[in-house]
Design a protein around this ligand. Sequence first.
Ligand code: PRP
Ligand code: URA
Length: 212
Amino acid sequence: MEFGPNVTVFNHPLIQHKIAILRDKNTNTKMFRELVAEITALMTFECLKDVPTRVVTVETPLETCPQTMVLENSVAVIPILRAGLGMVNGVHMLFPTAHVGHIGLYRDEKTLEPHEYYCKLPDGIEDKLCILLDPMLATGGSVNAAISLLKNRGCLNIRLMSIIAAPEGIKNVVKEHPEIKVFVATCDRQLNENGYILPGLGDAGDRLFGTK
Ligand code: PRP
Ligand code: URA
């Protein structure tokens, strides 16, 4: 409850184990990508536990019974480019019908301010549960900008999933968008003077896509 009732910090040992390997500077791109997807899938299980459902009738080999299923078309995942892309497969492992929107933001290296360069959202986004994906929540500037953009498009039901967060970033998101449910796998110590999370894992985009 350190950050209030809308923030969930997973301290689950299975997630922590994967984060240990993810942080390691010797973990290669292939392994890094797989771990990001696996951690996201584990988080999705909790984040979507109240996803809209419907009841269908199923014929088993023995009899007919009512059974709950998730409501298709009710969820959209919105990765923040680039690094959020690495989390999409993790959601799709559990919820394959989730539609995907993309928001392109890059952080100015000096000012740390986010700049939007792309936005393409699924039709009917305003009626969907929108799960914003970004593995790194540093100052919170990028996520706050993405949430504001979604709100301007009429989205009322927005959640955030991040893998590693800085306390500063969580506090900024809660301050600017207090009603948003935030799910972070782990909360690190602090930001450094360049806005990188410590101990963190370095640059998530570069590690996912092998660009450095
Ligand atoms: C990284 C990361 C977040 C952002 C976090 O993206 O993936 O989107 O920085 O920082 P913030 O919380 O201080 O805004 P970056 O801008 O490096 O772009 P990239 O994913 O294309 O590498
Ligand atoms: N973006 C990253 O990829 N890593 C950080 O530590 C901060 C922002």
